[in-house]
Design a protein. Structure first.
Length: 63
């Protein structure tokens, strides 16, 4: 393999590596967002009974 071809391939690999690193970062951010959404959902499920009881009491009072 000639030096010119090796440099060309190396440049292509660097471009591909940069693209893949951006994709990995994008997926990492999405995964973090899903984790935050999951935690909020668990908190809502934990508090659902209390929130429902509070809402029902407010409705009984006509508020």
């Amino acid at each position: 393999m000639g030096a010119r071809r090796a440099k060309g391939m190396s440049a292509q690999w660097r471009v591909e590596q940069t693209r893949l690193l951006r994709e990995i970062e994008r997926h990492s951010e999405a995964q973090e967002s899903y984790m935050e959404d999951g935690l909020r959902l668990l908190e809502l499920a934990r508090d659902a009974s209390r929130l429902f009881a509070k809402q029902a009491a407010n409705e009984k009072n006509g508020s």
